[in-house]
Design a protein around this ligand. Structure first.
Ligand code: ATP
Length: 281
């Protein structure tokens, strides 16, 4: 466990029994340092993460089917993109399978909601990242009544069964939801409107979505309650401070990779004999 953490991030951030409405989005559960400690640690721990990911990749190259999948959820402006850039950005991109899920295409709409998700699953040895995920089908789909109630209602069980399958096949799931306060969200949206280099990030619908916050809270509560399992728990991350949310996700990934107890793959040749051959060449 890295310095400044009172308990492992996985324990401090685990969502079991959490009331979404009670989250303090400016809190730093489990962490006792300040911003400068956090920023320094982020760089340091990013290197640790990169080393572990390289080991996962090396094992994948030699047939290990294990993989880690980060599932990122959060309201608009919560910082999903920043996690991808700053946390996943610290590892070798060759070892990353990244997928972002927007409004389903016409083709995707013809299929079961998990169809596009299955197609995007990480390969063995890869660090997968889902920027939004199958959970949109019980979040936006529920809040905006995109499907009849009985359809989204049965999805929780379908998701649990799907994730059980993934875990049994060697995937470690790290499911993260980032929360910012409505005030912090307003500040971030304002920035997108005031800075031309941020216009591209602005979507007018994000303002409308703010009006649905109580319904989203309810929908988030349901995913935490109904799909937070022993084999695929949810971690809830207060995200008003970007450095904290990035550090927290880094720590969760480090823990997930450490739990795999990875070793460097053994040589399939005799290194001493190859060295002698090299010297002679
Ligand atoms: P983001 O808001 O994640 O930064 P973005 O603004 O660039 O992304 P896209 O990635 O193109 O937009 O799409 C995200 C949007 O797609 C979100 O509004 C999300 O709710 C919606 N979406 C994702 N999955 C689904 C789904 N299964 N059904 C309906 N809408 C979905």
């Amino acid at each position: 466990m890295a310095e400044h953490w009172k308990v492992p991030a996985s324990r401090a951030l685990r969502a079991d029994g959490l009331r979404i409405a009670d989250i303090d989005t400016s809190a730093r559960p489990g962490f006792r340092g300040g911003k400068s400690d956090g920023q320094r640690l982020l760089a340091e721990r990013g290197r640790v993460l990169a080393g572990l990911q390289e080991k996962l990749y090396a094992n994948g190259r030699t047939g290990d089917r294990r993989r880690v999948l980060l599932v990122l959820q959060g309201m608009d402006t919560a910082g999903k993109g920043g996690i991808v850039r700053h946390v996943i950005g610290s590892v070798d991109p060759q070892g990353v399978d990244h997928a972002a899920f927007g409004v389903p295409t016409d083709e995707e709409k013809q299929h079961h909601f998990l169809w596009r998700i299955r197609r995007a699953l990480p390969r063995g040895g890869q660090l997968g990242v889902f920027d939004r995920s199958h959970y949109e089908d019980v979040l936006v789909a529920r809040v905006h009544r995109l499907v009849p109630d009985e359809v989204w209602q049965r999805r929780y069980d379908e998701i649990n069964q799907f994730e059980r399958e993934l875990v049994d096949a060697g995937t470690t799931l790290v499911k993260v939801v980032l929360f910012v306060s409505l005030d912090e969200q307003k500040k971030r949206l304002r920035e997108r409107l005031e800075r031309p280099e941020k216009y591209w990030k602005f979507n007018p619908a994000d303002i409308d979505e703010r009006g649905y916050w109580p319904a989203y809270q309810q929908a988030y509560q349901a995913i935490v309650d109904r799909t937070g399992t022993e084999y695929a728990p949810w971690y809830v991350i207060p995200a008003d401070a970007k450095w904290f949310s990035r550090l927290a996700v880094t720590e969760l990934l480090i823990e997930a990779l450490e739990n795999l107890d990875l070793r460097w793959p053994a040589a399939t040749f005799d290194p001493a004999a190859e060295l002698r051959r090299l010297d002679r060449s």
